[in-house]
Design a protein around this ligand. Structure first.
Ligand code: MRU
Length: 349
């Protein structure tokens, strides 16, 4: 299995996603501040992986405290949560994980828990999120794999794979499952400028699994669709609004429009923790703007003239009208999404 992140006795170990595929290096975070740093610098990235990393960051903060009770730890706990919440604004899984820890901490504080008990329970919660994430990816795979064609080209954008989760992946989990079901899938991976998650990470992890993969530049998708080489699109999500609009890596929106124009099904695969019913539509999703250097430079080399204007939004919003279905671990949602969400919640309760 691809070791995206792991709790060790020394701290949280991350595979360095800024260095893949050419170098397989690991980074050890021994403090919550270092976990915040690996999230900001994208050593770890992808919505579910960011959420679980933050949970382990809180666990690290709890391990390192000198407080003797949950009550004494409370101000520090708040500061740790605030630091981790300030790392990246778009993926709601980050806030979902922090809120889940806050709910747990409230019960520990109210029950007068010792710090030993608090440390144990917080770490156990982070481990539970880790395991649940893998299970969710597997379930999405089962539901989504059936939607893919028996044979053909499947386009994906960015990396919504094992590297973006605790293992198996969301969009790539759907593809993995389809392949495990015996479907003859050829993956087309958009390179995904500027951070190149598709060219570097999706290609790396699919090749490791022996799944046939071709990397294309982001501007090639339309032409491949027109040539009949793409039979389905499957992508991940960073935040899904109540009406089914969703934020994902910049460029997803254009792929969705292209798929609609060419009559190709367009699927979004994401765990329930990515759904943010408090956000009514995609217009309210905060979009992270990242450093211009990601666009102006590559591998330390400057690509653009000095002083040119640069725009670098990390995500865009795809309106629900372009989405054929949203694949979750609870089942497949279809429009109208708010209604579908309500029904699924009832089924799950
Ligand atoms: O900026 P990134 O690399 O964190 O963006 C990742 C994506 O947009 C993924 O598609 C999304 O988080 C889903 S990951 C299962």
């Amino acid at each position: 299995m691809i070791p995206t992140l792991a709790w060790t006795p020394e701290g949280v170990r991350f595979i360095d996603q800024t260095k893949l595929p050419l170098e397989e290096n690991y980074v050890l975070a021994t403090t919550y501040e270092q976990v915040a740093d690996v999230i900001v610098t994208m050593v770890v990235r992808g919505a579910p992986a960011i959420g679980v990393s933050a949970a382990y960051g809180i666990a690290l903060g709890a391990q390192r405290t000198r407080a003797r009770t949950a009550e004494e730890f409370a101000p520090e706990f708040e500061a740790i949560c605030a630091k981790l919440a300030g790392t990246r604004p778009t993926a709601v899984n980050l806030f979902w994980a922090i809120d889940r820890m806050k709910r747990l901490f409230k019960t520990l504080r109210t029950s007068g828990a010792s710090m030993d008990e608090t440390k144990k329970r917080i770490l156990a919660e982070a481990h539970a999120m880790y395991e649940e994430d893998i299970a969710a990816c597997k379930a999405m795979g089962t539901f989504g794999g059936e939607l893919l064609p028996d044979a053909g080209g499947v386009l994906t954008h960015c990396n919504a794979g094992a590297l973006a989760t605790c293992g198996y992946g969301t969009a790539l989990g759907v593809i993995r499952s389809a392949v495990e079901q015996g479907k003859r899938i050829h993956v087309y991976a958009d390179e995904t400028r500027p951070f190149l998650q598709g060219a570097r990470l999706t290609a790396w992890e699919l090749m490791a699994d022996g799944i046939p993969t071709t990397v294309i530049c982001d501007n090639m998708a339309a032409s491949l669709m027109r040539a009949g080489r793409i039979q389905a699109v499957v992508v991940g999500a960073d935040r899904i609004a109540a009406n089914g609009d969703f934020a994902n890596k910049i460029g997803t929106y254009s792929v969705a429009i292209l798929a609609k124009e060419h009559g190709i099904p367009f699927y979004c695969a994401a765990p329930w923790s990515t759904i943010d019913t408090a956000t009514p539509t995609g217009d309210a999703i905060p979009i992270e703007e990242r450093s211009p250097v990601e666009v102006t430079h590559h591998g330390g080399k400057q690509l653009t003239p000095h002083g040119v204007g640069i725009c670098n939004p990390a995500f865009d919003v795809t309106p629900a009208k372009y989405v054929t279905a949203i694949i979750t671990e609870r089942g497949v949602l279809r429009a109208p999404y708010l209604e579908s969400l309500r029904q699924m919640e009832l089924v799950a309760l």
